[in-house]
Write a protein that binds this ligand. Structure first.
Ligand SMILES: [Zn+2]
Length: 259
């Protein structure tokens, strides 16, 4: 092997340790964080990890940097935003486990000399465990500066409004958009072969009280695992949304940390 095979990759796992060392100062380390969670009858369990990884890799190609191997398990899926443990297959970790894993990874990369980190989150419930991991990293006196982004927050209001313009009921809030229009659209664009288009349904809970209940009553969780109107998903929406998310994140990194 001449080395050309790895010259273009942004995936840390595909580098040798010497190649990694050579690139430490070339840009931030991206850490994608996903989940293993049901996403309806039409999408694979890996949706959150696939989307976070793709955003991280595409942004690294724009803005520089390396992408650490993704975390495939996330903080506990909740009844109102993914169905939680009611669904076979959804495999979650406690917040403390996620917090420690993110903290350990960031601390080790930090000891290698990485100073800038971009945490790309693909699973709604991960947010605060990840933030706590970074808070503790800094409180412990370790170095580093961090951009922490959940991809849906990077979509502009105008793009979001355009996506939901013709969806009856409009935008339901990100916690309820699970396996719905945007996640399905992103997967139709990124992994069309992994989407079972014949199985796409519009669904949602029969009722959605403004508080959480545990155990969750059956009528607050849709049986299909789809929480919104996935039939309105298209690959074009996925392409447009992804392009904006990557652009906003790459520009943010440049604005915050650029020379
Ligand atoms: Zn998801």
């Amino acid at each position: 092997m001449t080395g050309t095979e790895t010259d273009d990759t942004v995936r840390m796992a595909e580098l040798t340790w010497q190649e990694f060392e050579d690139r430490i100062d070339d840009g931030p380390a991206f850490v994608p964080i996903g989940s293993t969670e049901q996403h309806g009858p039409h999408l694979p369990l890996s949706v959150d990890t696939v989307i976070a990884s793709e955003i991280a890799e595409r942004t690294a190609r724009e803005a520089g940097g390396m992408v650490a191997p993704p975390l495939h398990y996330g903080y506990k899926s909740q009844p109102g935003s993914g169905g939680g443990p009611e669904f076979a297959s959804t495999t979650s970790v406690h917040g403390d486990t996620l917090r420690r894993q993110v903290g350990d990874i960031v601390a080790d990369l930090s000891r290698d000399g990485v100073r800038e980190f971009v945490i790309v989150n693909g699973h709604f419930e991960n947010e605060y465990a990840v933030r706590e991991a970074i808070d503790r990293h800094l409180e412990s006196g370790l170095d580093g500066r961090f951009v922490i982004a959940s991809w849906w927050d990077l979509l502009s209001t105008s793009t979001r409004e355009a996506i939901f313009e013709n969806v009856p009921g409009g935008f339901p809030g990100w916690e309820a958009e699970h396996a719905g229009v945007v996640e399905t659209s992103l997967m139709l664009y990124l992994r069309p072969d992994s989407v079972n288009e014949d199985a796409i349904v519009d669904d949602g809970p029969s009722r959605n009280p403004p508080y959480s209940m545990k155990p969750a009553p059956e009528d607050t969780i849709p049986h299909s695992g789809v929480f919104y109107k996935a039939t309105h998903a298209t690959a074009e929406v996925g392409e447009r949304g992804l392009a904006e998310v990557v652009e906003v994140l790459a520009n943010g990194i440049e604005d915050e940390w650029g020379a």
